[in-house]
Design a protein around this ligand. Structure first.
Ligand code: GDP
Length: 294
């Protein structure tokens, strides 16, 4: 994960560590290298600039120039700032309500259905009794896919193949879950290939009628700045409660993980790290920062 970014940051620090004495110019040069590394990782320009300006200011404020090990001090400042950039501390999923209703949104192929299964599996391991609701009315294969996943993880799936009304299905699913004592109801929804008005209207309606406690926006991390733009468009309409970044096991450059919080101001709650049902992690900004810095 983020190998390329790691390498580049490493190289940026080496420049500073190689200096006999540290000057403000060395620090500025290191920041320039760091900014370049971030831009290469597809972090958006404004985020990268604000970030390096802040790191520089903090480092100088902490007297990095006279520190015994300036490289180490700068790494610490970077670590703190990266953690902050990705949201500071972990944001837990809200699951107190009974039943807790969780709406899953995103574009086609982002990994919504897979994540719905993974989330049910995760909540089951925490002692919850989830129900999955197959709300993608346009792709019959999506219903099959969710049923297969439900079977794998031993979680019931509510589907209605006769209906093409996403709001109706969501409400039926909630009623079914209440009847059967499910305390978490996860509603998978239809996506589109790109953002369009009908998708936004439809999902807004499902939101209005189901009053979910959590709306998780699922996005493919491999799509970099596109992921951030899509997140912004969905958030403007849906005001979601958290982001799920999928496919972080692939050749992701890292831009989405680093920029999404500062652009959309919503926390990343989970990351997907593979196709298997177990390949899900709660997102810890501090752990991710340490990982990026190697
Ligand atoms: P949906 O259209 O949003 O419901 O997307 P799907 O859940 O069908 O996922 C699309 C493809 O991405 C499938 O082939 C999944 O197996 C794959 N996928 C989903 N999440 C991950 C992940 O975290 N890592 C990897 N490598 N593949 C994933």
């Amino acid at each position: 994960m983020f190998d390329n970014l790691q390498d580049k940051l490493d190289r940026a620090f080496k420049v500073l560590k190689g200096q006999g004495s540290i000057t403000e110019i060395n620090v500025a040069e290191t920041m320039k290298e760091i900014r370049k590394a971030l831009l290469d990782a597809d972090v958006n320009y404004k985020t990268a600039k604000t970030f390096t300006d802040e790191v520089r200011q903090k480092a100088l404020g902490m007297n990095v120039l006279t520190a015994v090990s300036p490289g180490q001090l700068l790494t610490k400042v970077m670590n703190d700032e990266l953690t902050e950039l990705m949201g500071g501390s972990v944001t837990e999923l809200e699951t107190k309500a009974n039943p807790t209703i969780i709406l899953i949104a995103g574009l086609n192929g982002a990994g919504k259905t897979t994540f719905s299964g993974k989330l049910a599996n995760f909540l089951k391991s925490k002692g919850k009794k989830p129900l999955l609701v197959a709300g993608d009315v346009y792709r019959p294969a999506a219903i099959d896919q969710l049923e297969v996943l439900g079977g794998q993880i031993g979680t019931p799936v509510y589907a209605n193949r006769e209906s093409n009304d996403p709001v109706g299905i969501a409400l039926e699913g909630i009623a079914e879950g209440k009847k059967n004592g499910n305390n978490v109801i996860i509603i998978d929804t239809a996506g589109r290939l790109a953002i369009d008005e009908s998708l936004m209207t439809e999902i807004s309606e499902v939101k209005a009628r189901t009053q979910p406690h959590e709306i998780l926006f699922v996005v493919d991390a491999m799509t970099g700045q596109d992921a951030v733009n899509t997140a912004k468009a969905f958030n403007d309409r849906l005001d979601f409660t958290g982001v799920v970044l999928t496919k972080l096991d692939g050749d992701t450059r890292g831009g989405a993980a680093l920029s999404i919080k500062s652009v959309v101001n919503k926390p990343i709650k989970f990351i997907g790290t593979g196709e298997k049902m177990e390949a899900l992690d709660v997102f810890y900004p501090d752990r991710m920062a340490s990982r990026i810095l190697g």
